[in-house]
Design a protein around this ligand. Sequence first.
Ligand code: LLP
Length: 434
Amino acid sequence: MTPGEERTALPEPFATGPDGVTVHGRPVAEWAGRFGTPLYLTAEHRVRENVRRLRAAFAPCWPTYRILYAVKANSNPAIVRLLREEGCGADCSSAAEIRIAREAGVPAAEMLYTAAYPSDGELGAALDAGLAINLDDPALVERLFRLGQPSRLSFRLNPGPTEAGAEGLRFSGRQSKFGSSLGAALRGYRWARDRGLRRFGLHTMPGSNILKPRHFGGVGRFLGRAARRVARATGVAPEFADAGGGLGVPYRPRERPLDLNRTARELTDGLRREGSPAGGFELWNEPGRLLVADSTLLLTRVTHVKPGPPNFVGVDAGMHTLLRPALYGAYHEVYVAGAPRSGPRRRTIVTGPICENTDVLARGRYLPELRPGDLLALGTAGAYGFAMASQYNTRPRPAEILVSPRGARLIRRRETFEDLLVGVPASPRPRGRP
Ligand code: LLP
């Protein structure tokens, strides 16, 4: 194998072989032909499997473990419904996410609304839905209570600097816009207790895409200490401790998957070491990425090749379809989705049609010679993929399909020109000559 030829492994039910990339044994090219490109293709099986793997790791370590899917990672209602079928609750960050989760059948008791700099309207929507509310800043508690009393209340705690999969994915430390110190939160808990609330939880979300189990041991110890302090300050034991998301997935060829069994042991040992008996409160995780990232490929067709060096391969997806590479320098594997090509490989930049120089999907990849019409697949595209897609350069957003052994189902149709102008009042036709 020449340098750069190693590829990130695709999980079941995806595979690579003589037919190119397949899902449940059928070439993904079939679905690209039927639904067009760019196309987000999600394998239902992998989403279910991810929930089961996570639950199997944690259930033996903590009897009251609960998974609240972070809807922001992929809010397609069909995906949220699938996760509900697997028993997930929902972590919501907006009024619309609350509505999608409710309509997917998630009961309010299994939902959390995490408010970062919320408007009164959003706090009101969360109160009306009756779910637990997680405040980013204890100073918000008075405003919240003026609007109404939440069923349960928690504060997002900032544990100070910790790990993160990339600088843009660090949510802790003094430079972070998120969370508050435990000291400030304790004042918020006491204030709410003095107004009659008795149902509390605690929350932290220090960073995203973390592949080291040891990090989660630190999260467990931090939450364990915080639980003790909250119980002492309020006189009531917290009902839940939410360890956030952050469970990482391998995007690059040499990254190893997060060891979920070790992660579960580290986190729960950390809690116990700080005096929290197993099951004393519910332990929650709110993963987004881990549940959906590797369930999805982004299929895209080559539109034009500009040989270099550097060798540019243009495709019909771009930063408007998958923003992560442009925003975080994120790596997504590039697979030739049709039949494999022999011949020399060239160092290639895969770029989109957007009028920005940052519109790059992949850099420095060794790919065979490609021609317009060839199909490529970008890997691990299910989390923060469609969710961060835009209509920039006035381009319709792509279609999404859900694939099972029975076939493919359109779960969001491709946008049309008319969709781009939704909400724009019809303007009078220009009269006369220009
Ligand atoms: N809970 C809260 C309060 C969060 O803010 C997030 C993610 C999650 C849970 C889910 O985290 P996960 O399990 O996915 O690490 N756009 C970035 C990711 C930003 C994550 C924002 N918050 C990306 O494309 O990597």
